[in-house]
Write a protein that binds this ligand. Sequence first.
Ligand code: ADE
Length: 233
Amino acid sequence: MSRKIGIIGAMELEVETLIAAMTDKEKVDYAMRSFYIGKLEGVDVVLARCGIGKVNAAITVQMMVDKFGITDIINTGVAGSLNEKIDIGDIVLATNAVYHDMEAVAFGYERGQVPQMDVFDFKTSEELVEKAETACKKVNSDIKVFKGRIASGDQFIAGKDIKENIKMWFDPMCVEMEGCAMAHAAYVNGINCLIIRAISDKADDSAEMDYPTFEKKAAEHCAKMVLEMMRNL
Ligand code: ADE
């Protein structure tokens, strides 16, 4: 079966860059979002911005599966670092994703566990992680790449206490607001998932200030990486 790659970008500039690079392009609007269908470097893709948060993320992946038959989903965006070795500007490739705001401890579930699901964390595709790492080293050779867990939740983390709690509960590399919902949607649909996050802040008191400064650079790095990956799929 030939591949069709769903690409969900968080940043306006990044999505604009990728749309401009698309050929055989068509735009379709559903559910208050725009989907761009066409080719990137000869690969069939569907591209969209999903909006913020887990519900927007899951809706967008499910629509890409149902309406366009994607076989893989790639999510790019920014994240706050939760590991002192990972600095602003570095890139994290998720190997697995958890919800930091899922909590049914009263019913005997471990914090983060979605009740009645057969997995605790949602794994990403090893093949795509490897391809993303290779692509990043080639086109963004001055940037450090890390591989590991990400944590997602409907909250912008910008404070010491919540940051320390999430570290203690899940020990993730970074925190953001969509990735786990996309990996979850990919899991239930049996498709491959990749989450690429550029670190924009340290998820502490300075987070709101660092974020806008870094967004432009992150968008450039992510767009370059995605294009290089398409050339090697
Ligand atoms: N995305 C980028 N930085 C973030 C943070 N600190 N918390 C949640 N999502 C983010």
